[in-house]
Ligand binder design. Structure first.
Ligand code: ATP
Length: 369
């Protein structure tokens, strides 16, 4: 069993410059299931790497417990935790061949020569490295080097793989390819994988569940679909999804009327009962760019909530267009059909599909529904 349990784990660092302490991870509690692909995502400095390093044993938590399987590993040395970590910079030995790089960790574990050979054959076949074993790291492409780093983890056959931004040094195209390879690898190895990235697209495509962090706090743990559909708060709503969700400052005027600046939107009947008690209060309406339509192309959605709006700018992406306009202080993005013909500074009728609306408390920023 390679489940992992994090129980009330806090990590504080002593801040030498300013004095006092800095909390990098605050009271985190959650479980990673056996064979799960779990991704940590969040902006720079939110505590993702620190979380991973505590699981690896490279960093000691200030308080709380970490379990791997059913064992508390608080005092266990990293090499005894039966985990393998793949770093952002791959950490390959430049003077060694690929084969020697793959064998290095095994030799230290006193594995027999035959077994080392077998394991290297197995890993290099899975990763397509068989032809490259005699080369040195500098003779490989970025993607190939990345595969060697993964290979070094595979040959050790660990219970848990930890990945820290392994794709961030690759160009965009190669990243997509390696993403697919990593997902396949997870299926094939049936191992528990914990993966850190700041890239929400990578998190959404790889993770079975995602831990969204901000400023040392876990914001939400959920499947990609759930994060997208039911974000717990405005941070998650704004972080997951590209382009990000639009936010409109609004007031719930009555049970089914939402005022946004000069506009009054009608809230669909089916949603009304979910926010009783909020009438008269300041709220934030959340609407994803794909839920705002050029009226001429709003064939499949109700068109009762619409407004004439002056377009500020437009980006043509081929299959779709991104249209930018302002409402109040906020910049709004609509992702409309690529067929839609809109010019900058033109006034156009846009449809707001409130069937897909999210509503947040403006003070707490928590989701109302
Ligand atoms: P990034 O995506 O930039 O790598 P991250 O989410 O992985 O960010 P961490 O590396 O976990 O962030 O760092 C979390 C916070 O803890 C940061 O503010 C960082 O400056 C701080 N921190 C990390 N290591 C130390 C350390 N050894 N001493 C002091 N502060 C540290």
């Amino acid at each position: 069993m390679a489940s992992i349990k994090i129980e009330n784990v806090t990590k504080t660092f002593v801040d030498d410059k300013r004095g006092g302490t800095f909390t990098a991870v605050n009271d985190a509690t959650f479980e990673i299931k056996d064979k799960e692909f779990l991704v940590f995502v969040g902006p720079s400095g939110c505590g993702k790497t620190t979380s991973l390093r505590m699981i690896a044993g490279l960093e000691r938590q200030t308080s709380g417990n970490i379990y791997i399987g059913d064992k508390v590993v608080n005092n266990m040395h990293p090499k005894d935790r039966d985990i393998a970590m793949v770093f952002q910079d791959y950490a390959l030995y430049p003077h060694m061949t690929i084969e020697q790089n793959l064998a290095f960790g095994l030799k230290n574990m006193k594995t027999s020569k035959e077994e080392i050979k077998e394991k290297i054959e197995y890993a290099s076949k899975i990763l397509g490295l068989d032809e490259l074993l005699d080369r040195k790291p500098k003779e490989l492409s970025g993607g190939q080097r990345q595969r060697v780093a993964v290979g070094r983890a595979i040959v050790r056959n660990p219970k848990v793989f930890l990945f820290d931004e392994p794709l961030s040094n690759l160009d965009a195209k190669l990243r997509v390819q390696m993403r697919i390879e990593l997902a396949e690898l997870h299926q094939r190895l049936g191992a528990t994988i914990v993966y850190v990235t700041h890239d929400q697209v990578e998190a959404m495509t790889l993770g079975e569940r995602i831990v969204v962090m901000n400023k040392g706090e876990i914001q939400q743990i959920a499947s990609p679909r759930d994060l997208y559909r039911n974000p717990a708060n405005m941070f998650v709503a704004g972080f997951i999804g590209s382009p990000p969700m639009n936010f409109f400052d609004a007031i719930l005027e009555s049970e089914n009327k939402l005022r946004v600046g000069e506009l009054t939107f009608t809230i669909p009947e089916a949603l009304v009962k979910q926010y009783k008690g909020y009438v008269g209060k300041n709220v934030v309406l959340g609407l994803r760019p794909e839920d705002i339509y050029d009226e001429e192309f709003a064939f499949t959605v109700p068109t009762d909530n619409k407004a004439n709006i002056k377009v500020k700018a437009i980006e043509h992406l081929g299959g779709e267009n991104l249209v930018y306009f302002t409402m109040g202080e906020r910049m709004i993005t609509a992702k409309v059909s690529g067929e839609s013909f809109i010019r900058p500074l033109e006034e156009k009728s846009f449809v707001f599909n409130l069937d897909k609306m999210h509503l947040f408390d403006r003070e707490t920023e928590l989701r109302i529904f």
